[in-house]
Design a protein around this ligand. Structure first.
Ligand SMILES: [Zn+2]
Length: 143
């Protein structure tokens, strides 16, 4: 029980939980996005964390790096879908190549909002030097 609470009685939130729920990487309390992944207005990012005051875009063009993460996610998804189709019985031949192309295009379109969101979250959580979990910042920002 004591391991789940910080010194200031703020509950500790795991890194994985914070990332999956798109919470601020520093306090893991404030939302990074304004809505849900597949909502019409859901892909809008907050400028600063409403709980601790962290500015998410740490420098101009900071989220360009997320394109590389998004590319890796997209490749992994496309390969996974093609392997799954092959295992489920879609023969890899010249006649079926357009089914695979269609699968790849559909996969890219369906997962685009997911990749956009989680590439930025991976960048903030795992690829940003000097950005650590500091739950005590919540209190400092509010006071
Ligand atoms: Zn925060």
């Amino acid at each position: 029980m004591e391991n789940n609470v910080t010194n200031n009685n703020i509950p500790r939130i795991s890194q994985w939980s914070g990332l999956v729920n798109c919470k601020c990487p520093r306090c893991r309390a404030g939302d990074v996005f304004t809505g849900f992944t597949y909502s019409v207005k859901g892909q809008k990012m907050q400028e600063i964390c409403k709980a601790c005051g962290l500015k998410f875009e740490r420098e101009p063009g900071y989220f360009y790096v997320a394109m590389f993460v998004s590319y890796a996610l997209n490749c992994a998804e496309m390969i996974s879908v093609c392997v799954a189709a092959y295992i489920l019985g879609l023969e890899l031949s010249k006649e079926n190549i357009w089914y695979y192309v269609g699968l790849i295009i559909c996969t890219s379109l369906v997962f685009a909002p997911f990749n956009y969101r989680y590439s930025r979250m991976v960048l903030l959580y795992w690829l940003s030097p000097g950005l650590h979990y500091e739950p005590e910042r919540i209190k400092q920002f509010k006071s």
